[in-house]
Design a protein around this ligand. Structure first.
Ligand SMILES: Cc1cc2nc3c(=O)[nH]c(=O)nc-3n(C[C@H](O)[C@H](O)[C@H](O)COP(=O)(O)OP(=O)(O)OC[C@H]3O[C@@H](n4cnc5c(N)ncnc54)[C@H](O)[C@@H]3O)c2cc1C
Length: 377
């Protein structure tokens, strides 16, 4: 136990995830990177192991766990060096399905939650559009009420799990005011809803990312998620869970990369001694480790604050900005210390370096997070 917030039960969870990753992920994930998709069977196995609904109600198959347990899970996933696998899972558990958990009514939860937790239904969340990312309220997609239906029109962009999800939580404008946004449940296969081209990315290669097109998509009135016109606040609330999970991925990969680099520089010879014998190398590793450990403590403190019911938008925004930048600083240096090997595809360090880039962009870009911090002083 190296953290006052971590209990023996958390350690057991971390070990369970480590065993799952060693058995079901690491031997196969390089092939998934080539294919651009994590097989659904793997997600079903995670569901069977009870790993996809930690925060959710026991009556639907969840574990009723708190934000700290959820953070332990997200950090434990980062024992895998395949960011594409991790984000496929975390979007389902921490970014998309929380919309159902926080805003769903009893009928919606009873209908969807059991299969979401079992990994039989995989979820995606569509907020970003071609013309509006950081500026969520600038979205153009509309939902208009017609009798017992809502009619959706618009396009969503960069949607993780977009190609292979079964269930989508979609944000759309339901009025003319800037923040008049509502959330909707859209099932795959609904007429007029098409998944556009899968987008080719720099990293997270096994994660499927898509453009979604909605052309006169009619859904039942009962698919409104939460209150009409309150979706913007729902999105902002969910960002807190999402950002702690993304921080966990960043911190987890800093820790992994530093461990790998320490092993590498201790054995790599140059100028008659190991790289570790060069003061500049070992001091930079020591400083990056110090920053990583400090960020990790702050991250656990944020999750603990969530368990206390505190409003921590400023702290979580700081955490997202800090860890999104730190993972890039750590990976840039760790890759550098691997020399030419760090530039070779299929080495873990090269993949971690590529995957780190998006952590300063997705789920709240650094500059936007810093504005969220600054406006709360
Ligand atoms: C791989 C990947 C997966 C994603 N998955 C999803 C998903 O599942 N669902 C979803 O809805 N979205 C998803 N996104 C979208 C992601 O959240 C957005 O890309 C992100 O919010 C940034 O929005 P943008 O790309 O439109 O950039 P913009 O908002 O156009 O920003 C461009 C740059 O300008 C900066 N900037 C913007 N506003 C300000 C400001 N006020 N002051 C200073 N600088 C500013 C930003 O920080 C950024 O550096 C994903 C993106 C990627 C790349």
């Amino acid at each position: 136990m190296d953290n006052i917030y971590i209990t023996p039960e958390h350690e057991l969870l971390r070990e369970q995830v480590a065993r799952f990753i060693a058995r079901e992920v690491e031997p196969f994930a390089a092939a998934w990177e080539e294919e651009g998709c994590v097989p659904r069977e793997v997600l079903r196995k995670m569901g069977e192991a009870g790993l996809l609904g930690l925060m959710y109600e026991a009556e639907y198959g969840g574990a009723d766990a708190d934000a700290l347990t959820n953070l332990v899970f997200a950090e434990a996933l980062s024992q895998s060096t395949f960011g594409g696998f991790i984000i496929t899972v975390l979007v389902h558990t921490d970014m998309a399905s929380p919309h159902l958990f926080h805003a769903g009514n009893a009928a919606q939860k009873a209908r969807y939650m059991p299969d979401v937790i079992a990994g039989k239904t995989i979820t995606a969340v569509g907020i970003t559009e071609p013309g509006a990312g950081s500026d969520v309220a600038g979205m153009r997609m509309t939902a208009k009420r017609e009798g017992d239906e809502w009619v959706l029109n618009g396009t969503k962009m960069f949607i993780t799990n977009g190609v292979h999800a079964n269930l989508y939580f979609i944000a759309a404008k339901t009025g003319t005011a800037r923040h008049d946004v509502s959330m909707f449940i859209v099932e795959k296969g609904t007429p007029g809803f098409t998944v556009g081209r899968a987008l080719k990315k720099t990293g997270w290669l096994s994660s499927d990312t898509a453009e979604l097109v909605f052309d006169q998509v009619r859904i039942p009135a009962g698919n409104l998620l939460g209150e009409e016109g309150k979706g913007f606040y729902s999105v902002m609330k969910n960002f807190q869970t999402e950002r702690i999970a993304l921080a966990a991925m960043a911190v987890g990969h800093c820790t992994q990369a530093l461990k790998m680099t320490l092993d590498y520089v201790r054995q790599r010879q140059a100028f008659g001694a190991t790289l570790w014998d060069k003061q500049t190398i070992r001091q930079r590793i020591a400083m990056l480790d110090a920053k990583t450990r400090a960020a990790r403590q702050f991250m656990y403190h944020c999750a603990w604050s969530v368990t206390q019911g505190r409003d921590i938008v400023q702290e979580v925004s700081m955490l997202k900005a800090l860890t999104g930048e730190l993972v890039n600083e750590v990976l840039q240096t760790c890759q550098q210390f691997h020399g030419g090997m760090g530039f070779i595809r299929e080495t873990a360090i090269e993949r971690l370096w590529r995957d780190a880039r998006v952590l300063g962009i997705g789920g709240g870009a650094t500059e936007v997070m810093l504005e969220e911090v600054a406006k709360r002083y």
